[in-house]
Design a protein around this ligand. Structure first.
Ligand SMILES: *[C@@H]1O[C@H](CO)[C@@H](O)[C@H](O)[C@H]1NC(C)=O
Ligand SMILES: *[C@@H]1O[C@H](CO)[C@@H](O)[C@H](O)[C@H]1NC(C)=O
Ligand SMILES: *[C@@H]1O[C@H](CO)[C@@H](O)[C@H](O)[C@H]1NC(C)=O
Ligand SMILES: *[C@@H]1O[C@H](CO)[C@@H](O)[C@H](O)[C@H]1NC(C)=O
Ligand SMILES: CC(=O)N[C@H]1CO[C@H](CO)[C@@H](O)[C@@H]1O
Ligand SMILES: [Zn+2]
Length: 415
């Protein structure tokens, strides 16, 4: 395991470092691909993209100057993942831990990637992605700020004392408060202030522990939050009004909010689809016609018909009495702005004051692998979307290194 913390890619010292490197490596070997800074990925569950805009967040504002901010990012369809995972018993040990982690963009690569975050880590991800990784054991449900800080101390000590390369840290807020009170409730603003103080604490602690120059940090989330529309404001969408479940449906996963999946009886696919097309306040997809950015159409566990309620609506299959206690929810179409979430990053490999255009969260994974200098497993992300936020992009660095190296070697041989 090599973590070369002295390697900095920032523009101004580039030439100096390059010369040092050439001096060190007389045999003119290619740059060691294993050289990388450490990486911490923090997920604040259910942090809607605009939650910091109606609250005073000095630390997050400072991050905009000191690092990278995406205007927003588009998550995958969260409830689809929850359902797929909850109903796939075979997958449960690994997927559960990931689900708790709430970094769902990693899920689409299946089990291999699951172990990316698996406690005790390093065993897998084809044995290459991380040296060791550990997760917070159970997603914290509470909002004890002291414990939040202790978690940061613990995680940083894994970097400093145990030389971890990659750690993820998960906080269950602001999702909890978003569900319980709704995104517009003052308590949501209170928790955002607490998150902001925690980010401030993180930055102090990074400095205190001497990690400023060799730790990259990504702060992101899994989805946004919207206010649930309730009776009498709107009606529940009772699908049995449009569809004869008994005759047409073999299996359904509905009644879990705004997202549902249906397996029609054999030969009844088109019939079910046509019937659902007549229902109001929802979108229906055939699995094979799902938009590209769902990144789900190739998922084996996806059922043939997918139903997504309009923002804030709830689905109900046969008019069962369902008591919705949630005032806020997610899992609606990711094109809805309320489902968008945050992306912030800082550290030695990230540009400063860099505002990224919105992107899909699947593109974070190749970025993480790039930062860790490992080859990504097959995935639906593309580094070209996110690499612009890095201070140095390897393609250009390697080209430059090579050209200088060639002339240096030539000089040596002439002498
Ligand atoms: C918060 O956590 C700390 C440390 O575990 C504990 O001492 C304190 O009592 C907790 N505070 C609350 C309000 O639960
Ligand atoms: C829901 O559907 C009903 C019936 O088509 C329609 O009148 C209503 O405007 C829709 N509500 C929303 C918020 O789209
Ligand atoms: C997503 O990635 C998988 C694995 O590389 C690939 O088989 C699939 O075609 C990709 N899907 C899309 C929509 O790009
Ligand atoms: C990275 O560098 C290569 C080579 O200079 C260039 O073609 C590419 O556009 C760069 N990518 C970004 C995102 O800057
Ligand atoms: C501990 C663990 O899950 N090991 C697995 C890592 O991946 C290889 C190859 O996919 C499996 O054979 C191991 O069982
Ligand atoms: Zn949630």
């Amino acid at each position: 395991r090599k973590v070369n913390s002295s390697m900095s890619f920032s523009g101004s010292c580039f030439i100096v470092l390059l010369i040092q490197w050439i001096a060190l490596d007389r045999k003119c070997k290619p740059l060691n691909k294993g050289t990388h800074n450490k990486l911490l990925v923090i997920s604040f569950d259910g942090f809607r993209w605009d939650y910091d805009q109606d609250v005073d967040t000095p630390h997050m504002d400072k991050l905009v100057e000191d690092g990278v901010k995406a205007k927003y990012i588009t998550p995958p369809l969260q409830n689809a993942i929850d359902l797929l995972c909850a109903f796939e018993p075979l997958l449960h040990p690994v997927i559960r831990s990931i689900h708790v982690m709430s970094i769902p963009f990693l899920l689409f690569q299946g089990l291999k990637t699951g172990s990316f975050f698996f406690p005790g880590g390093g065993a897998n991800y084809s044995g290459q992605c991380v040296n060791r990784a550990l997760v917070e054991e159970t997603g914290q449900q509470d909002d004890n700020e002291t414990e939040w800080r202790q978690n940061i101390d613990t995680v940083l000590s894994w970097f400093t004392e145990e030389d971890f390369d990659f750690v993820t840290l998960y906080y269950g807020e602001p999702d909890n408060v978003g569900h319980a009170k709704g995104p517009d409730h003052p308590d949501r603003k209170t928790i955002i202030k607490q998150i902001d103080r925690t980010i401030g604490y993180l930055r102090e602690a990074i400095q205190r522990d001497g990690l400023t120059d060799n730790l990259n940090v990504i702060i992101t989330s899994d989805h946004g939050m919207t206010t649930v529309k309730k009776i009498p404001l709107v009606d529940e969408i009772i699908l049995s009004k449009y569809l004869n479940f008994f005759n047409l449906v073999y299996f359904e996963l509905l009644d879990y909010g705004g997202f549902g999946m249906i397996t029609p009886k054999k030969g009844k696919e088109q019939h079910v689809y046509d019937a659902l097309m007549k229902a109001p306040n929802l979108t229906v997809y055939k699995k094979e016609d799902m938009p590209e950015n769902f990144h789900l159409s190739k998922n084996d566990r996806m059922q043939p018909i997918i139903v997504i309620a309009d923002l804030g609506f709830n689905l109900n299959s046969v008019g069962r009495l369902i008591v919705y206690v949630n005032k806020g929810d997610h899992g609606f179409h990711m094109d809805e702005m309320d489902m968008k979430t945050i992306f912030r990053a800082f550290g030695p490999d990230f540009k400063k004051s860099y505002l990224s255009e919105p992107f899909d969260s699947v593109h974070i994974y190749p970025l993480m692998c790039k930062l860790l200098q490992i080859d990504p497993a097959p995935n639906n992300g593309s580094l070209s979307v996110t690499e612009g936020m890095l201070v140095q992009n390897d393609t250009s660095r390697e080209l430059l290194l090579e050209s200088i190296l060639v002339s240096k070697c030539m000089t040596v041989s002439i002498n």
